[in-house]
Design a protein around this ligand. Sequence first.
Ligand SMILES: NC(=O)C1=CN([C@@H]2O[C@H](COP(=O)(O)OP(=O)(O)OC[C@H]3O[C@@H](n4cnc5c(N)ncnc54)[C@H](OP(=O)(O)O)[C@@H]3O)[C@@H](O)[C@H]2O)C=CC1
Ligand SMILES: CC(=O)N[C@@H](CCC(=O)OP(=O)(O)O)C(=O)O
Length: 312
Amino acid sequence: MTHTIFIDGEAGTTGLEIRQRLDGRGDLQFISLGDERRKDAAARRDAMNAADAVILCLPDAAAIEAVAMIDNPKTRVIDASTAFRTAEGWTYGFAEMDHGQRAAIGRATRVSNPGCYPTGFIGLMRPLIMAGLVPADWPVSVNAVSGYSGGGKAMIAEFEASDRPQPFRAYGLSLMHKHVPEMTRHAGLSRDVLFAPAVGNYRQGMLVEVSLHLAALPGMPTLEVVHSVLSDAYAGSRFVEVVSLEATEAMTGLDPEGLNGTNRMRLHVFGDRRGGQARLVALLDNLGKGASGAAVQNLNIMLGLDEGTALT
Ligand SMILES: NC(=O)C1=CN([C@@H]2O[C@H](COP(=O)(O)OP(=O)(O)OC[C@H]3O[C@@H](n4cnc5c(N)ncnc54)[C@H](OP(=O)(O)O)[C@@H]3O)[C@@H](O)[C@H]2O)C=CC1
Ligand SMILES: CC(=O)N[C@@H](CCC(=O)OP(=O)(O)O)C(=O)O
């Protein structure tokens, strides 16, 4: 059976990566508008209503407009923007976040693809909060560094055009980053997370880190307990791996580009087993499991296919 797919925003950073991952798949047929018509509202409306599945790779405002154009009840949507990640009627497209989430994605007509930073943060924290190791109202901070492709075409042009690009830039300094509601909600927290992002002068890949004073938590969990809760949560997972404590203890550094080109995420629990502190670090490709890879995984699930089709 062939499914008809329309990628709105196909010429953008996320759209291009999705298209590359889907190229050569005989089970899919694409509606493509070409450069002249890709922003023509009428052409986009027709394309969306003719498709079995639409993947929106647009800025938030354009994604909201696009969804309003769909009147075919059979058209299913995956939105890569931030617009619907905490919206009523949308299913959050992070298959590994809970038992049952994959099946919910499979049934959904509207799926919001998670943000890149939230994928790392929720991946690290949700199991610990659900297990009661971290109380829902705990004050949690998250630091992260992303490659500049995280900022789309505009940021890529900024970094690649400049003779002397900044090596590193802290941003989100007002603490009002657009990912805060999504991270807070889907991690299961009741208090807004404090998010400190940064962008580095490299194209792609990211580290997302939560530091915890384990000895200050109500149950004073050990590093081993934290590790075992995370390992249990992702046991058998194809794309999310929890690195063994032996392996993390042997590491002296972590490369943010280490999973580029894949749909995988690796979770690390760093710290001294005798100490009362932990650095939890997620490694992922912002354009892989953080965006385009996750969108393809969600599409596979929605079409009833093996979720790993065309993904590494
Ligand atoms: N980059 C990343 O790592 C991630 C991005 N996302 C999200 O994915 C979405 C797309 O981001 P990204 O690919 O990085 O952004 P880009 O800016 O690289 O691409 C966006 C594309 O949308 C096109 N576009 C803008 N407005 C319209 C419109 N009204 N109609 C049709 N096309 C339009 C742009 O056209 P033009 O080429 O003319 O500018 C561009 O091709 C965003 O919501 C972003 O937040 C999510 C996770 C990670
Ligand atoms: C480096 C950089 O600028 N990154 C982007 C996030 C990229 C991303 O995840 O976009 P979504 O909002 O669609 O999830 C930012 O901080 O706004």
